[in-house]
Design a protein around this ligand. Structure first.
Ligand SMILES: [Zn+2]
Length: 239
């Protein structure tokens, strides 16, 4: 792996002969209950890519620490951006790196929010029409291996800051886990979009962090990193 921000201009030119693949990681600054840090999504995906990097050659761009948050956007600490900002930002990242010779693009997000993911997917749709010789994939591990990840958790329907995310953080950085929040689920009445979301979801947890363990986190990370390795292999072979 070539960590984009650490290499020189000369190294960039040299490594470009070995790979045309760049990975852009996306995260959030977002509440993750009373027990996990605001950077959880960014941190998790960055760590996964560092593990993948030991086995694959690609350029790793710095993680974007801001993303589109919806149900968590009123909670303390969350600093969200709009879908429009994310579309424009990701569009610029790909077109500028295309000008520098890169052709395979992986936009990977540690945050699986639906508006956030659809903003990235919309960008990919536009780019794949405009830049004829690129390969581009947009994914969140929580999207592509949801079934496999769910099988690790004891909590059905576990999600944001719940059993799995807490387990992953316990595995990667136990010093950043401040106890365990209680089991909780958002109570936003379907199908409404509501004001004052905190009222319906005070603790900001979706699932049961009490069931989190380091071992489950290790298993989840293995699934996530194996999947990223697969997808990197696929993108390199695509015509
Ligand atoms: Zn998260």
């Amino acid at each position: 792996m070539y960590i984009l921000e650490n290499i020189t201009m000369t190294e960039f030119k040299k490594y470009l002969k070995q790979t045309k693949t760049i990975v852009f990681p996306f995260g959030t600054i977002e509440e993750h209950g009373s027990h996990l840090p605001l950077k959880t999504d960014a941190f998790t995906i960055e760590e996964a890519l560092r593990i993948v990097a030991k086995k694959k050659k690609f350029f790793l761009a710095p993680v974007l620490h801001y993303g589109v948050c919806t149900t968590t956007k009123d909670h303390p600490g969350t600093i969200s951006i709009s879908a429009e900002t994310l579309r424009r930002f990701s569009y610029d990242l790909v077109t500028e790196s295309y000008k520098k010779g890169l052709r395979n693009f992986l936009l990977i997000s540690g945050h699986g929010g639906s508006l956030h993911m659809s903003a990235l997917k919309e960008t990919a749709e536009v780019l794949v029409e405009r830049l004829k010789d690129i390969r581009i994939a947009v994914l969140s591990p929580y999207d592509v291996i949801w079934k496999e990840l769910s099988a690790i958790a004891e909590t059905p329907n576990d999600s944001h800051a719940g059993e799995l995310e807490t387990s992953i953080m316990l595995y990667l950085a136990p010093e950043l886990v401040k106890g365990r929040a209680a089991e909780e689920y958002p109570k936003i009445p379907k199908p409404f979009t509501v004001r004052d979301k905190v009222k319906y979801w005070p603790g900001g947890v979706w699932g049961n962090p009490q069931k989190a363990t380091r071992e489950k986190g290790e298993k989840a990370m293995k699934l996530i990193t194996d999947k990223i390795i697969d997808i990197l292999g696929m993108i390199e072979k695509m015509k």
